[in-house]
Write a protein that binds this ligand. Structure first.
Ligand SMILES: NC(=O)c1ccc[n+]([C@@H]2O[C@H](COP(=O)([O-])OP(=O)(O)OC[C@H]3O[C@@H](n4cnc5c(N)ncnc54)[C@H](OP(=O)(O)O)[C@@H]3O)[C@@H](O)[C@H]2O)c1
Length: 292
């Protein structure tokens, strides 16, 4: 069995990776997270000695980095921790992967782009993050490129899965209110962690290394996405479409959001026949499981 170290195993993506790889019977997963738990080996990815020591003990086929600091607004005033988890963490995992000759899968974000584009960003487009989250995640990508030998860095966006996410927040609000206000001028692609885990599984068994965009197909805005969530979940809650300026006037947000963050999975399309599901199909499957 191929051994795989999964970091941040208790997060949304970590859980999806467990489901995807667990069902094959081909992998022995060493699940790690910053806090101890049942079946979880404690591992703080910001500590290089711990990371290298665990890799030397396990001798993994691959390390899959699902750990990150994802609270976007908190990082505007907590930048040291953001650099530690989002940049130094992947640097440490890259050093450990190279040291043990393991493959590394690292996850990054659409927030590495400025969001002022008007056509889907490919892996060849210039980055220009506008938030501390985006800046520190870009630094993480650069460390991986520098210190890892055999790596897949996958930029994804608007993730939802088993954990706290936008879809669940909206369903929660629909229980309390008859109408909700949601921004309609930020474009992107909602992406299921289960689709991303399928892409990770696919790449893991290749030597097709490098930087990839990995989001569901198609695009939308948060307000239209919310309408689709409510339609599929049978909710009558009205969605008021508001601009980002109108929304943040009432609900101040510390971190700026990219207005345009549609990614094209260009490298996957150029180098493989792997396809992500369309976002409509992925959210329908997700909600069927969540609300029946
Ligand atoms: N969520 C999105 O919309 C989105 C969008 C684009 C890209 N991404 C990227 O996708 C990846 C997966 O995101 P996700 O939504 O699954 O994240 P998540 O649910 O927030 O999970 C992250 C996990 O990492 C753990 N962690 C935090 N600090 C750690 C440390 N120092 N050492 C080890 N583990 C640590 C967290 O533990 P605690 O919860 O205890 O802190 C949590 O279990 C991340 O790289 C993220 O940047 C996410």
């Amino acid at each position: 069995m191929k051994k795989i170290i999964v970091t941040g195993c208790n997060g949304q993506l970590g859980r999806a990776v467990n489901l995807e790889l667990g069902k094959t019977g081909e992998y022995e997963l060493v699940n790690t997270d910053v806090f101890e738990g049942e079946g979880i080996t404690p591992l703080d990815i910001t500590n290089v000695d711990s990371v290298v020591a665990l890799a030397r003990e396990v001798k993994p086929y691959a390390i899959i980095n699902c750990a990150a600091y994802t609270a976007v607004d908190a990082q505007e005033s907590d930048v040291d921790l953001a650099y530690k988890i989002n940049a130094i963490g992947p640097r440490n995992l890259s050093i450990a992967a190279t040291d043990t000759d393991a493959k590394l899968v690292h996850i990054s974000t659409d927030y590495v782009f400025a969001g002022d584009g008007n056509k889907p960003y490919t892996e060849f487009d210039k980055t220009g993050p506008v938030s501390k989250y985006g800046i520190t995640k870009l630094a993480g990508e650069q460390f991986v490129e520098k210190f890892a030998k055999n790596y897949f860095t996958i930029r994804t966006a608007w993730l939802y899965g088993d954990g706290k996410n936008f879809v669940k927040t909206m369903l929660g609000l629909s229980e309390k209110y008859d109408e909700v206000s949601v921004v309609c001028d930020q474009l992107g692609t909602p992406t299921s962690t289960y689709e991303l885990a399928r892409a990770i599984h696919f790449l893991l068994e290749t030597e097709n290394y490098g930087l990839f965009h990995g989001t569901c197909e198609g695009d939308t805005n948060w307000a239209d996405f919310t309408e689709e969530i409510f339609r599929l979940a049978g909710k009558n809650t009205k969605v008021n479409h508001v601009t980002s300026a109108e929304y943040s006037a009432k609900n101040p947000q510390a971190a700026p959001r990219p207005a345009y963050s549609i990614l094209e999975n260009y490298m996957l399309k150029l180098t493989s026949d792997f396809m992500f599901a369309d976002w409509h199909d992925a959210i329908e499957r997700y909600l069927k499981e969540l609300v029946g």
